[in-house]
Design a protein around this ligand. Structure first.
Ligand code: CP3
Length: 340
């Protein structure tokens, strides 16, 4: 039995005695402890593949920041790799793929991943679950199919993801074929994560915001919805589609528990659109550069606007590496002290 299951209760819409909080990228460079562990691995990809090191950095923010959940240290790019496209993480630049998807033959050559192909993630989850000792829930995750597709076509990060979008406009059928393969792989992978100890799942559609609304519904939300149908019967699911604020109502109609929000949407408007679903978010990560007085003022506004039930406090995107760990801790402590 979990000692602290506030996040799971909030996700299911059950009453919580206070607002729970965790932070995207809480296992990351903002913690000197993370940087120390990371330096023991040869590179990022090897780090992700080492269950002992992954377990260590997953638990660090629970101990150091006092957050109400752990999120397994891994990356969304393990799926393209398991399907046949290996990646590297280049210092100060980001992901890079030597092979990308250009033709139908490339799509046909991709393997549909199963949980066994990602055994290192399963081992990391099992080890973390054991070492967390039921203190807080363990969050598993995957990239949403569109975001994974975007990296597979583009081969790296991009401001516009115009190559990936070109693919949608010029080869819609092949796009659907690829999205379907990614979706099947992701469902297999997430079922494995749940079997290995993940108590809830978050889908990251980090590049939802580069799509037009019609393309978001056709090439992204449709596949997110399929994943939710497969996973929600097992554990609560959160959908975080960054910069798709116009779509909150449409997202509320799929089989998810929680909608993750970035900071560009007003909490009250999100509440109106969300049809009673739990909401998560949405402080601007840059708020944590401010002084404590400003953090208290802005975080209070956020908490009051969301209301204190069916709500999980978080940032609107991941922590930036140059934020001050003490400010991050202050934010977490302030949220935890706020009376429902
Ligand atoms: O604490 C956590 O949130 C758990 C771990 C986690 C990582 N990546 C570790 C990581 C999670 C949930 C992710 C998801 C992820 N990875 C996303 C979706 C969330 C988002 O940020 O929008 C995306 C788009 C990726 C792909 C990715 N991984 C990029 C573009 C980069 C480079 C940018 C950067 O921050 O350096 C990464 C690297 C990465 N993944 C780091 C971490 C802690 C930093 C790398 C390092 O340690 O050098």
């Amino acid at each position: 039995m979990l000692k602290n299951d506030l996040i799971l209760k909030a996700a299911r819409g059950e009453k919580t005695e206070r607002v729970p909080v965790w932070l995207m990228r809480q296992a990351g460079r903002v913690l000197p402890e993370y940087r120390a562990t990371r330096s023991r691995a040869k590179n990022f990809v090897e780090f992700v593949k080492n269950p002992e090191l992954a377990c260590e950095v997953t638990i660090q923010p629970v101990d150091i920041l006092g957050v109400d959940a752990a999120i397994i240290f891994s990356d969304i790019l393990v799926i393209p790799e398991a399907m046949g496209l290996p990646y590297q993480m280049i210092e100060a630049k980001g992901p890079w793929f030597e092979k990308t998807i250009k033709t139908k033959a490339d799509v046909d050559a991709l393997h549909i991943a199963n949980a066994g192909d990602l055994d290192y993630v399963m081992q990391a989850l099992k080890l973390t679950k054991q070492n967390l000792n039921n203190r807080v829930p363990l969050i598993g995750f995957a990239g949403a199919p569109w975001t994974i597709f975007a990296y597979m076509i583009e081969g790296s990060g991009s401001k516009t993801f115009s190559k990936a979008k070109q693919f949608l406009y010029t080869q819609p059928e092949l796009s659907h074929l690829l999205l379907d393969k990614i979706t099947q792989s992701t469902i297999n992978y997430l079922k494995g994560q749940v079997a290995s100890g993940a108590d809830m799942i978050q889908l990251f559609d980090s590049w939802a915001g580069v799509l037009s609304p019609d393309h978001f519904y056709e090439f992204s939300l449709k596949y997110i919805s399929k994943i939710c149908d497969a996973i929600k019967p097992l554990v609560p699911v959160t959908v975080f589609a960054k910069d798709a604020h116009y779509a909150v109502n449409r997202i509320s109609q799929i089989n998810c528990n929680t909608i993750g929000l970035d900071w560009t949407i007003n909490p009250a408007e999100a509440r109106k659109a969300a049809g009673g679903k739990t909401l998560q978010g949405n402080a601007d990560p840059c708020l944590l550069y401010a002084d404590e007085k400003t953090i208290v003022a802005e975080a209070s506004k956020m908490l009051d606007a969301f209301g204190k039930q069916s709500y999980i406090a978080n940032l609107g995107h991941g922590l930036y590496p140059d934020l001050d760990k003490e400010k991050v801790k202050f934010f977490v402590e302030f949220i935890k002290s706020y009376k429902a």
